[in-house]
Design a protein around this ligand. Structure first.
Ligand SMILES: [Zn+2]
Length: 147
């Protein structure tokens, strides 16, 4: 799984390519929200590390926990990376849309889900490349069944 700084760099590149070649009208705010969401989704690794060790960890220690996890086993549940969480955020986006929230809120909420999807695709491609794609719980329901 790529490090947050790798996600940051890839996120910035993808958003710039989107603006140049496709979404010319995309605002800087929306672009920034996409990039931030694309990085912050990994906060669930911190939550998972705290759950696994049953204590509040310093970010540095959570980072060490994450990079030293057993590569021969399925990883901890990363809640924000599940299909269900993506759907949950997408539903919130459409609720904002149908309730006619201010346009910057609607755009920002869709920017969040776009950032999450970019992140998840980059994670998946990276894990598939390293033959590690089996290590992730992609579904919260699947995690409930399997644990
Ligand atoms: Zn990730």
């Amino acid at each position: 799984m790529p490090l947050p700084k790798t996600h940051l760099i890839i996120g910035i590149l993808i958003v710039l390519l989107l603006k140049i070649f496709w979404l010319h009208d995309i605002s800087w705010l929306t672009m920034i929200v996409i990039v931030i969401a694309n990085v912050l989704i990994d906060f669930d690794h911190y939550i998972a590390a705290c759950f696994a060790t049953k204590r509040f960890l310093l970010l540095k220690n959570a980072y060490l926990y994450c990079i030293n996890d057993d590569k021969t086993k399925v990883a901890d549940l990363h809640l924000f990376h599940t299909v269900e969480f993506h759907l949950f955020v997408l539903i919130i986006c459409f609720i904002f849309l149908f309730l006619s929230f201010p346009i910057f809120i609607i755009e920002s909420s869709f920017a969040i889900i776009i950032g999450m999807i970019i992140h998840s695709l980059v994670d998946f491609i990276n894990m598939a490349y390293h033959k590690e794609s089996w290590r992730r719980y992609y579904s919260l329901i699947w995690w409930f069944i399997k644990r």
